[in-house]
Design a protein around this ligand. Structure first.
Ligand SMILES: NC(=O)c1ccc[n+]([C@@H]2O[C@H](COP(=O)([O-])OP(=O)(O)OC[C@H]3O[C@@H](n4cnc5c(N)ncnc54)[C@H](O)[C@@H]3O)[C@@H](O)[C@H]2O)c1
Length: 374
């Protein structure tokens, strides 16, 4: 039986799920997974997290998720952690067999998250991001077919298709003409996903995204696919390959050079606080019968270009950012991405991003300054 949410009174776990009390979170020690663990725990769910500290393998000792594990185990006495690799089918399947019909929701957020890393090790990237997603879906289908399956996809499924939009280079950012259908609310789910450059990471995420949809249409699983833009938050431990805004703020706050790769820093991103994403998951759990694909992000009120972010971070730290410029853009890099999240909002009208660009960057800079002061 579910207890009602502790931290968010407005959420209650969905009707018809009374006998199911478990949330399984893959990638539970990452940025998204750890926020979801806390939100699901606050909803009264018993959270089982799976994470093998893959970040340490991808990005080195500094990126180890061990501190996050210690935090979760201190904060949440009910949290159960399993150091499993999602590529290891048998132990994963054994876990789903054990938990079975008691599982209310699975959030799949484990991934190799970097384009550059994927290009260095395509087989490993595909095995983690795509093949392991298929195995996970099989285990859910076999042992927990009633569970809601939430998949953290990516706006990279759209490849560099958005670069075909009629963008104009203004001084600090690319802009879309006001009359364009995506100009006001951002890019919606009608954006085509093929016939463009994806990066190897984009392809492995797209394969998983499509497979999750297929398990819904072919086998009737309740699945929600979140095609996220940039997600961040003060706890974000970014690296050059992943987490641009947090990494930029870290570099500026520390007085270290930041390398702008391509487009003179005019590329535009919308940014979403990870707690808002966790709220989206909580809304999904509260009304879990809405299978579909959703663009999710900070939307039009939370956009910034790389160049503007550098300027803002510099003003907040009262410093002049040290900038190195590389002319050649990253392969498949979006010149302009703003998430139109109205499809998700139509399903959950109370959901909205709570942070604009300025306060998000201020929070990231403050977090970094606090770390440096220690
Ligand atoms: N952060 C963003 O801006 C963003 C944007 C769009 C999509 N996403 C997607 O959201 C998901 C979560 O992203 P994140 O930012 O939290 O990344 P993250 O790197 O912080 O978290 C991923 C977690 O998965 C774990 N992991 C990796 N390989 C594993 C394996 N084989 N077995 C078990 N655990 C493994 C890592 O140790 C890490 O803790 C990913 O699928 C990512 O592609 C993130």
């Amino acid at each position: 039986m579910y207890r009602r949410g502790l931290a968010c009174d407005e959420f209650a776990v969905g009707a018809g799920m009374d006998n199911r009390s478990i949330a399984v979170v893959t990638g539970s020690l990452g940025l998204v997974g750890s926020a979801a663990v806390r939100r699901f725990d606050a909803l009264g769910l018993d959270v089982v997290g799976i994470d093998n500290d893959g970040r340490r393998m991808f990005f080195g000792d500094e990126s180890s998720t061990a501190p996050q594990l210690a935090l979760l185990q201190t904060e949440l006495p009910r949290y159960r952690h399993l150091k499993l690799d999602i590529r290891d089918d048998q132990p994963i399947d054994d876990l789903f067999r054990e938990l079975g019909g008691r599982i209310a929701v699975v959030l799949h957020a484990a991934a190799q998250p970097s384009h550059d890393w994927a290009a260095r090790a395509p087989r490993i990237d595909f095995a983690i991001n795509a093949t392991a997603t298929l195995s996970l879906l099989e285990s859910v289908r076999a042992h927990a077919p009633e569970a809601l399956f939430l998949y953290m996809s990516s706006n990279k499924v759209y490849g560099d298709g958005p670069n075909q939009l009629p963008l104009r280079a203004a001084e600090t950012r690319f802009v879309l003409p006001a009359e364009h259908p995506f100009a006001v609310h951002g890019i919606d789910e009608t954006m085509p996903i093929d016939q463009c450059r994806h990066s190897l990471f984009g392809v492995s995420k797209t394969a998983a995204d499509l497979m999750v949809q297929e398990y819904s249409s072919r086998f009737g699983l309740d699945t929600m696919v979140f095609r996220a833009g940039c997600i961040t938050g003060p706890e974000h431990r970014a690296v050059p390959d992943h987490g641009f805004l947090a990494y930029l703020c870290e570099r500026v706050a520390a007085g270290l050079p930041y390398t702008v790769v391509g487009y003179g820093g005019r590329q535009v991103r919308d940014n979403l606080h990870v707690d808002d994403l966790a709220d989206a998951f909580a809304f999904a759990v509260s009304a879990p019968r809405v299978s579909g694909v959703y663009n999710i992000g900070g939307g039009p009120k939370a956009t910034v270009s790389v160049s503007e972010a550098l300027d803002l971070a510099g003003r907040l730290t009262e410093s002049v950012p040290i900038v190195e410029l590389v002319d050649e853009p990253r392969y498949g890099d979006h010149m302009w991405w703003v998430s139109d999240f109205r499809r998700f909002q139509a399903a959950y009208p109370a959901w909205r991003p709570s942070h604009g660009t300025d306060d998000l960057i201020a929070a990231l800079v403050d977090a970094q300054l606090a770390r440096l002061a220690k």
